[in-house]
Ligand binder design. Structure first.
Ligand code: EPU
Length: 439
């Protein structure tokens, strides 16, 4: 699904009240696939990635890599050949549409010793700074200039360095990894992000010949090598997609079996769902979540934190669930500043939520949600509004559904296959255009 063009907008139309039951197969992780596709720049041999989610963000990354002079073949299974890549400059119009293009900075510096990428804008979910990326790359010998719209970097030779993050940054860790694997000497990263997608990138780089110790811990030690080769790799399942459907079924009642997923990546989320009254069963590569309608949802406070904490990318969905809880829930967002833009839209549906400062929201459950028209502000808020609409009385129209397709493969079809009354419809656009977003 593409952003609204020529005055048309793709929307979700959802009739609430159905329980969910059945199996859903979870796609590959968007946030793993994006830096892994960028890693193709580090070798002249082909890189074959399986289980790449068919979402607009991965299609955009393929388009950018092609624009740099490489080739990208296939969907789902994607083969990237970057031997002929010559250009170290990411065009503004493509790069500006997706914040994750920032990971091309480390990869382009590693390959060409120079890079020009669009400056990722601050967006609705917080300031989204990149100061730690730039500090780390400067420590490694990059000369970096920032203009209002671009980051321009060059180096004669990247050298290993001791890099301390004052907050574990996901794409910052990925950028330093992508720069460090071909740098001269050892890079020691302290307070690295440990998210499953960061670990998966390390595994891929290892297959390409990189030397990385400490994968899955907060200290990553990278010994640079002279060159990297091609590899074949299967992108890990998307724990954020799996977590979204797990929260959805806890909200609607019923039972879902989530196939091709890794419950071990969702320990904190599954704990909260159990405390809230859902039942959970886990296996190797699958898990089940369900709730009997007579088990009322309990209000369980939650704070987001970096992995293995509760993911910020599931906070909005959890808030939608807590609108159905028997009492008040405090939700604290400690990763992104001000990531509560779903609150206004949830309130339009009847949710009683008070935002206190930039960090806390109090959900006054149980809220009687009513179907209405709302506008999706970003990808995860979109998932939250889908969950709310599934719980609401009557019909909801969720405009700007293209946000959701940036990171969820066929959400409407998957939910419809397990009993949700949801369809994608094309409507006249509210404003005849669309805004940009930078997840
Ligand atoms: N931060 C800094 N300085 C930096 C980098 C980050 O202050 O140099 C701050 C940010 O402002 C933010 C916090 O650190 O408050 C965490 O930011 P992080 O850098 O970890 O976020 P990100 O790398 O920009 C990735 C995901 C996001 C996800 C966050 C947190 C990708 C492509 N994006 O963003 O995913 O929310 O990590 O887990 O991996 C999404 O998929 O919906 C999404 C927004």
């Amino acid at each position: 699904m593409k952003p609204a063009v020529h005055g048309r907008d793709v929307a979700f139309r959802i009739a609430g009240g159905s329980q969910l039951a059945g199996d859903i197969c979870i796609a590959g992780s968007k946030n793993a696939a994006l830096p892994e596709m960028a890693a193709a720049l580090l070798t002249t041999e082909p890189l074959r990635l399986e289980n790449v989610p068919k979402v607009t963000d991965t299609a955009l990354m393929a388009e950018i890599l092609t624009g740099l002079g490489g080739r990208s073949e296939g969907e789902g299974t994607v083969t990237l050949r970057m031997a002929r890549a010559r250009d170290a400059s990411v065009p503004d119009d493509l790069g500006g549409r997706m914040r994750a293009t920032i990971v091309l900075l480390g990869a382009l510096l590693g390959r060409f010793g120079q890079a020009r990428v669009p400056r990722p804008g601050g967006d609705d979910i917080g300031a989204r700074r990149v100061d730690q990326h730039l500090r780390g790359l400067r420590q490694m010998g990059a000369r970096i200039q920032e203009t209002g719209s671009e980051i321009i970097a060059e180096t004669d030779r990247l050298r290993g360095a001791r890099i301390v993050f004052d907050l574990p940054t996901v794409t910052g860790t990925e950028n330093i990894l992508l720069a460090a694997v071909l740098a001269e000497g050892r890079t020691d990263i302290f307070n690295a992000a440990r998210e499953p997608h960061v670990q998966d990138l390390c595994r891929l780089l290892g297959k390409m010949g990189a030397r990385i110790e400490g994968v899955g811990t907060e200290r990553l030690v990278v010994d640079g090598v002279r060159e990297l080769g091609g590899a074949e790799h299967t992108v890990i399942p998307d724990y954020l997609e799996a977590g979204t459907y797990a929260i959805a079924v806890a909200a609607t009642g019923g039972e879902l079996r989530l196939e091709c997923s890794r419950p071990e990546d969702l320990n904190m989320v599954l704990l909260k769902l159990e405390l809230a009254g859902a039942h959970v069963e886990t296996g190797d590569g699958w898990f089940k979540v369900g709730r009997r309608p007579r088990n009322r949802i309990q209000p369980i406070d939650m704070s987001t934190w970096t992995f293995p904490g509760f993911p910020t990318d599931l906070q909005a969905q959890y808030m939608a669930l807590m609108t159905q809880a028997d009492g008040e829930t405090v939700i604290s967002e400690y990763v992104h500043e001000n990531r509560f833009q779903h609150v206004t839209q949830l309130a339009k549906m009847g949710a009683g939520i008070t935002v206190e400062g930039r960090l806390h929201a109090v959900v006054h459950g149980p809220c009687r949600l009513r179907g209405t028209e709302v506008s999706i502000p970003d990808i995860r808020s979109g998932a939250a509004l889908v969950i709310a609409a599934l719980c609401a009385e009557g019909e909801s129209t969720l405009r700007n559904a293209w946000h959701v397709d940036r990171g969820y493969e066929d959400m409407a079809a998957k939910l419809a296959s397990v009993g949700a009354q949801i369809e994608s419809v094309t409507l006249d656009s509210e404003h005849g255009g669309h805004g940009r977003t930078y997840e």
